[in-house]
Write a protein that binds this ligand. Sequence first.
Ligand code: NI
Ligand code: MN
Length: 226
Amino acid sequence: MKVTYYGHSCFAAQVANRTLLFDPFITGNELARAVEVTKLPADYILISHGHADHLADAADIARRTGATLVSNYEITLWFGRQGISRTHALNHGGGWRFDFGRVKFVHACHSSSLPDGTYGGNPGGFVVESADGNFYYSGDTALTMDMKLIGESTPLRFAVLCLGDNFTMGVDDALRAAEFVQCREILGCHYNTFPPIQIDTAAARAKFKAAGRNLHLLAPGESLNL
Ligand code: NI
Ligand code: MN
């Protein structure tokens, strides 16, 4: 499955000829200046929670592409009030079969207020199951025991895990999360964008390697087949 990283927690996965774009935050991310946000393709935009560093560009991309926006109930309502009519609301533990595969909204331990102060529901992550393979995106979260449930129920080809510390899991907890979800191929996200989430990338890669796992840390715009 082709995965393209666009900086911070934004990435796209090609699933069954559909482009799934997660947590678009390009405008305002100094590290993603090479990414042309007005050209990003999307058939679906999946939003993990209400913070601006996960949805800043979502409305513009949804309007331009006509993509369906998938998030929790409160966040889809908020986008609906901005004229985004194609939405699909999920809530924790629930899944829905789309034309590319099934998406389940899973627990994340974080917060989720929207940029204008509107209540943004509870934050989540996504498990995507498809004929092309399954993957998990953690969103912003602490390490939780609930991650073991994902590993027990769904064989994952890869997982996208936050690991910048301070606001979310750091590298050590992300490594434990990789063990909990029983996944070898990890794409790291939510690091280096801001001063509080700077990590030592070489040390992080080495820690994962020593534990028999591959940590992929991509440059914004870089793609990988996972
Ligand atoms: Ni957040
Ligand atoms: Mn965040």
